[in-house]
Design a protein around this ligand. Structure first.
Ligand code: ATP
Ligand code: MG
Length: 396
């Protein structure tokens, strides 16, 4: 066993010393066995939440009614969840009640897919009652038990199946796939916020092409927020090499290809954060610019290097490598700009007021803009005297 499990080992040790069973579980074990980067570390234990809290001095109640306590240890947080069983699900999305139990196997049984139903003990031994390791080797996403039952208990699992396909490049096992087709309509029962979490991970996946194909083939796509607005784009999306795109880049390509006038309507339906809506609106504008023009110094200055690089990656996807500029070239162009933002200018509005003896007004902003552009484009140097001469000559 190697880090980052090493750092979580003391938690398991302390639980064991107090007489409880405790294991690493879920995604961390899966990713460890796959040699992928490990995200959050989840621990499952036979200790009840109150018992967990009495063992560790620093804890946060993050979901105590579901049995989850966040243990803070050496500055890191570990989600420690009591073995539990979920009984009777309501409205395809939540268990009516959870019952704390003492069996690891029963706890693993409530999990969505066999590859997520693995546990690892302190010695590094894997507990795998549903043959998850076999599915890891065969690259299969398979429900624990009956797929239709599992999807009817919590319909979000259908989105999770496709999100894991996007991240891992696995196939969806046949019976699991057939249940997706049959039960796709149940996704409408699920809160958009929960769907968005899986969708964002799906958009960033290295195998998103096949995941998008599955979204279409299962009919799940038609159950997603704003699917009508995005329906033209999704077909096009599949024609491009999208696997290397990050989540925001995928959004941008999808929005562009769907020909949406303003991304706000679509993104509001998805309940994305406001900051992302604003960012994508601006990125969409820059992508449209880029499809008609080369980067000019002023466009690069206005867009900023991060946005320009992002737009260029999507442009590369649409127009091909021959037409796009490398990130190295773009960064060099940006670094060579005479100024990178307005604060870099050697004059400000007060100078213009002094030189003209005029009172402030809309003209001031307008002329600051002209000067800024002239400096960025290298028509005048960023030098107070040079700017003054140019300005007084033009202003008249
Ligand atoms: P990631 O690497 O993205 O964190 P993960 O597999 O760890 O992936 P989480 O959402 O962090 O996914 O959930 C942790 C574990 O909890 C899963 O591996 C799975 O065992 C279980 N789980 C999570 N959500 C569900 C669900 N809706 N139904 C059943 N089990 C679930
Ligand atoms: Mg996780």
């Amino acid at each position: 066993m190697t880090s980052p499990f090493e750092s979580g080992k003391p938690i398991i040790e302390k639980l064991n010393e107090a007489g409880f069973e405790a294991y690493f579980v879920g995604g961390a074990v899966r990713d460890f066995l796959l040699g992928r980067k490990i995200g959050d570390i989840d621990i499952a234990t036979s200790a009840k939440p109150e018992e967990v809290k009495s063992i560790f001095p620093k804890t946060v109640d993050v979901g105590i009614e579901h049995g989850t306590v966040l243990v803070i240890y050496n500055g890191e947080g570990y989600e420690v969840t009591t073995f539990r069983k979920e009984s009777e699900y309501e409205d395809y999305r939540r268990p009516k009640s959870v019952e704390f139990i003492s069996s690891l196997e029963e706890d693993l049984q409530r999990r969505d897919f066999t590859i997520n139903a693995l546990a690892m003990d302190l010695n590094g031994d894997i507990h795998d009652p549903f043959n998850g390791k076999n599915d890891l080797v065969n690259k299969m996403i398979r429900c624990v038990g009956s797929p239709s039952e599992r999807f009817m208990e919590d319909a979000l699992r259908m989105m999770r199946a496709i999100r894991f396909q996007s991240q891992l490049g696995f196939q969806i096992e046949e019976e699991t796939f057939n249940s997706l087709v049959q039960l796709a309509h149940l996704l409408e029962k699920i809160a958009v916020e929960r769907i968005l979490i899986e969708w964002s991970k799906l958009l960033g996946g290295k195998y998103k092409s096949s995941a998008f194909q599955s979204l279409i083939d299962t009919g799940l796509f038609q159950r997603l927020p704003a699917n009508e607005e995005l329906s033209s784009g999704i077909q096009d999306f599949l024609h491009y090499e999208v696997n290397d795109l990050e989540a925001e880049e995928s959004w941008l390509l999808l929005l562009y290809k769907s020909n949406v006038q303003s991304p706000y309507t679509v993104l509001k339906k998805w309940k994305t954060p406001k900051a992302l809506q604003k960012k994508l609106d601006s990125l969409l504008m820059w992508l449209q610019f880029r499809l008609k023009h080369e980067w000019t110094p002023f466009a690069l200055y206005r867009a900023g290097i991060e946005n320009a690089l992002l737009v260029e990656r999507v442009f590369n996807c649409i127009a091909g490598r021959e037409l796009s500029v490398s990130s190295y070239t773009l960064k060099t162009l940006y670094d060579q700009l005479p100024i990178q933002n307005r604060e870099d200018l050697f004059i400000d509005g007060n100078d213009l007021l002094k030189w003209t003896n005029h009172t402030p007004g809309p003209w001031l902003k307008e002329w600051m803009g002209y000067i800024e552009k002239a400096v960025v484009e290298g028509r005048i140097g960023n030098d107070k005297e040079e700017i003054r001469e140019w300005f007084l000559n033009e202003f008249k």
